[in-house]
Design a protein around this ligand. Structure first.
Ligand code: MLT
Ligand code: ZN
Length: 484
């Protein structure tokens, strides 16, 4: 697949085109391994997103190892009006972390050190470029956990998830990531460094800049982890089961995830040799996780819950993990849904909040629309499957349209239909993945004119030259190269 072209967006003519004097300056402040210049296809992994959907044309990647170097880079870019895209693990799902045109890529990946950990308060400080998997490992070794988990944990970085306020698989238990951030170190677009990374528990601030360091409240590692994978027959029953789980598993309930049959069918193909967890196929599946302090107690509680759900005929079949390997295996079936959908070539992706009673209806409406157009099926039809899954506990559904190719026809059927549907139901067009490039210009489906005006004012205040991650979210300037 080739990446999408952007016929409706014009490069902001105020931005300077990078020249050899600029590169010379960057070379004067950076080591050789902190700068990569384009040479053939060298920069593809930085220019192209994980979904193969967006591809920029940057000629330069800077990979500074210190906050001071980030500051020098930003000051120079601001003075010279060179546009910059900060990049973490490049796992984002809305085209936010790759350039649109020739913006310089500022990768945080060489800022990857843990700075400090206080086992008494749980305060964990690290560079922005620490990979989430490594943060989890470090904290696990210290009897704690990072308060967020994502399917992209092996690649995404702490600074990226904090700056996007990623939601993830355990929000139900640990709350929004921003609620756990204690302090930040941020480089403003003009190069100034502001830091409250030593902040105490209650000290909230907000800004726009490059996150270079994060202090976050780690949670104590649960002594007991259990999970179960369940098959059920309708989305109404998924909701009934959620109500029951909140009542009966109460304080130990830490995740309640759902997947429709299409999600699991793609995952069965993707995981090929891995035997599926249940005996039969079902219209819906739910993964329930408990995290507590007493293995025997939690296991008994979860088993009793499953037994009574079977007796009440809420659920048809379940598979409970008997040990940690099975626990991990059960999570693999949930975490593999996104890569499974992406494995046919690419995917269109939506991430929405809706009232629970409406949550799955958007997936049904979209699937019907694509089916009616005769676009879903075996090759040469362009769509492999249109599937819904997500976080019931947070009222958040992900809609993945797994495709063999991106086409204007599919795009025209999806948008603005999806956004209008969400607006009519008073939901949000971005529950946790953000606005990025994909949804720029669409914020008004979920936000009022006044709110968008305020966002623009904040952006203009901190980034008057609009050099930071342009063409995305909200940007000041003429319509042809800005948003909303
Ligand atoms: C998930 O819930 O799996 C994540 O938000 C990632 C995704 O949907 O691709
Ligand atoms: Zn999600």
């Amino acid at each position: 697949l080739t990446a999408e072209a952007y016929p409706d967006i014009e490069r902001n003519p105020n931005f300077k085109v990078l020249n050899q004097d600029d590169v010379k300056y960057f070379r004067s402040i950076l080591d050789d391994d902190e700068i990569i210049e384009a040479n053939g296809d060298d920069l593809v992994s930085y220019n192209q997103d994980w979904m193969n959907k967006y591809r920029g044309q940057s000629h330069l990647v800077l990979l500074p190892r210190s906050t001071e170097k980030v500051s020098k880079i930003m000051k120079y870019c601001n003075d010279q009006q060179l546009a910059v895209v900060p990049q973490g693990g490049n796992t984002d799902l809305v085209g936010a972390s790759v350039p649109v045109f020739d913006e310089i890529i500022l990768s945080l990946k060489q800022m990857n050190k843990v700075r400090d950990f206080d086992p008494v308060s749980g305060a964990f400080k690290c560079d922005a470029g620490v990979v989430m998997r490594d943060a989890h490992q470090f904290l696990r070794d210290n009897d704690h956990i990072f308060p967020l988990d994502l399917p992209s944990r092996n690649a995404c970085q702490v600074g990226g998830v904090v700056s996007t306020n990623a939601g993830g698989l355990n929000l139900l238990r640990y709350g929004s990531l921003h609620g756990n951030v204690l302090g930040l170190e941020v480089v403003l677009p003009n190069g100034e460094i502001i830091s409250n990374i030593d902040a105490l528990r209650k000290d909230n601030t907000g800004t726009i800049g490059v996150v270079t360091g994060v202090s976050i409240l780690a949670a104590p590692k649960p002594k007991a982890l259990n999970n179960t994978f369940i098959g059920l027959e309708s989305f109404d029953i998924v909701q009934d089961l959620f109500v029951k789980a909140k009542k009966e598993l109460s304080e130990i309930l830490s995740a309640f995830e759902f997947m429709d049959n299409g999600s699991i069918k793609c995952t069965i193909e993707y995981l090929k040799d891995e035997p599926f967890l249940l005996k039969k196929e079902h219209p819906f599946y739910v993964l329930i996780e408990t995290s507590g302090s007493n293995q025997a107690h939690d296991e008994e509680k979860l088993s009793a819950f499953i037994k009574s759900a079977l007796e009440e005929k809420l659920i048809s079949e379940s598979h409970m993990a008997a040990n940690i390997d099975e626990y991990n295996k059960i999570w693999t079936w949930r975490k593999s849904v996104p890569p499974a959908c992406n494995s046919y070539g690419g995917m269109y992706k939506y991430d929405m909040s809706l009232k629970l009673k409406d949550l799955y209806s958007v997936s049904e409406a979209v699937t019907k629309r694509l089916n009616d157009a005769g676009l879903i099926g075996d090759a040469p039809k362009p769509i492999v499957a249109s599937v819904g899954y997500g976080h019931v506990g947070d009222g958040n559904i992900h809609l993945n349209i797994a495709v063999r190719e991106f086409t204007k026809e599919i795009e025209g059927l999806l948008e603005p239909f999806v956004y209008e549907y969400i607006q009519a139901k008073k939901g949000s067009i971005s529950a946790e993945h953000g606005i990025g490039f994909h949804k720029h210009g669409h914020l008004h489906y979920s936000r009022s004119e006044i709110e968008i005006r305020f966002m623009k004012h904040i952006k203009e205040h901190y980034d008057p030259n609009a050099i930071l991650n342009p063409y995305k979210y909200v940007t000041a300037g003429p319509r042809s190269y800005c948003c909303d």
